[in-house]
Design a protein around this ligand. Sequence first.
Ligand code: HEC
Length: 121
Amino acid sequence: MKQTKLILIGSALLASSTFINLAHATVIDRATILANTCAGCHGPNGISNGPLTPSIAGLPKNYISESMYDFATGKRPSTVMQRIAKGYTDADIKALSDYFSKLPKKATEPKKTNNHHGHNH
Ligand code: HEC
């Protein structure tokens, strides 16, 4: 039967991803999953594309967590961040702050050939 076959494939996939998760289960993986929510607005890797949303990659860890708490309480005014910040536990905020603070501020741009500064190797 078609249906049984699908279920079998489904559980095989589940089983293999569980295996992968077990091998790599760390706090970072949890942060990566949490960070996916932020990527929709702040861009993948925390670099935002538009002027409406600030980039958050490479911000100081304390600054990120403080912002999240201040958004949640309304101490810091926001359009959307209050609603978002309220949905996270202390542990989540810690993991997210850690995650985004460690990302590079800007994607490294391809190096232009420029011998101007005398770095000829
Ligand atoms: C719906 C879009 C959206 C999502 C999703 C979102 N943000 Fe934001 N974020 C914003 C906007 C817009 C601002 C500017 C403040 C405001 O108006 O809310 C902001 C501001 C911030 C700031 C302050 C940056 C600064 O330079 O002061 C931090 C930190 C931040 N967001 C973290 C996060 C984290 C962490 C997540 C994921 C849990 C997240 N945001 C998810 C839209 C979003």
